[in-house]
Design a protein around this ligand. Structure first.
Ligand code: TMP
Ligand code: ASP
Length: 241
């Protein structure tokens, strides 16, 4: 634990991360990444070797990259292998999914076969609510529930498209196809929307450029084996270690 930041109390424990408040820093939080892995709304549970460290390092690297490219995000600094300081955001309860290649739940909504390259990226909104199982929603659902304004929804879509246009080539340069991914956003103390959460093999589908081997959490979700190795491989390709 760094000298600069002293934890006060845990305010949240999710499936993959914990959040703590910090003494003397009301607008910041400490985000700790866990090795725990869950799938299908936590019906399946397990853990992935060094996932906390790998996901903290990858999020640090990718959010720093996005920040330099003008994407406002919550990352402040990494303070230990699996802990980072972030800006405290009021989370918008919408998960934004961007898809470049057909996979996962898109195969149940369309006739696309897995691996079909989409003519243009698809952006989807899901209502972040465990009890409802995070259902997909339209703009009108979000507006009726008053969880976001029309302007917020347009900002989410524009930011998600910009992030996709930056990280798709970022991953490809490192031998990884960015199939799809999930983003979360929040508002800072001035009401500005910024990217939060994480960008990791938990939240992205990443396939090897040449072989299409799955190098992400789908190996855990669907018992494909080689889960630890896939996370280690993504770490090596992006962080060189
Ligand atoms: P899906 O195809 O199951 O809808 O998933 C789309 C993307 O979102 C995929 O990259 C995995 C990610 N994702 C999460 O990060 N959290 C979740 O709870 C789910 C269901 C998907
Ligand atoms: N993390 C999510 C859960 O446990 C689902 C997933 O990533 O597939 O519910």
């Amino acid at each position: 634990m760094s000298e600069k930041y002293k934890k006060i109390k845990q305010i949240y424990e999710g499936k993959a991360k914990k959040l703590y408040t910090l003494q003397g820093h009301p607008n910041l939080l400490l985000q700790e990444f866990k090795d725990d892995a869950t799938a299908f709304n936590a019906q399946k549970r397990g853990s992935i070797l060094n996932k906390g460290i790998i996901n903290c390092e990858l999020t640090t690297y990718i959010f720093t990259y996005l920040g330099k490219k003008g994407v406002k995000n919550h990352f402040v600094e990494q303070i230990s292998p699996n802990e980072m300081i972030i800006k405290r955001l009021k989370i918008v309860p919408i998960e934004v999914v961007v898809r470049n290649i057909a996979a996962g739940s898109l195969l149940k909504k369309t006739n696309f076969k897995e691996g079909h390259r989409l003519a243009r990226p698809i952006v989807e909104f899901y209502y972040k609510d465990d009890a409802l199982g995070d259902p997909m929603i339209s703009d009108s659902h979000a507006l009726a529930m008053k969880i976001a304004t029309e302007k917020d929804l347009n900002t989410l879509r524009q930011m998600a498209e910009k992030i996709n246009s930056l990280i798709k080539p970022f991953f490809l340069k490192r031998g990884l196809k960015l199939v799809d991914f999930k983003l979360e956003f929040g508002k800072d103390s001035s009401g500005k929307i910024m990217l939060g959460d994480e960008i990791t093999p938990d939240t992205c589908r990443l396939w090897d450029k040449k072989t299409n081997r799955k190098l992400d959490k789908d190996r855990f979700r669907f018992d494909l084996g080689g889960v630890n190795e896939a996370y280690a491989e993504v770490r090596k390709r992006i962080l060189g270690k």
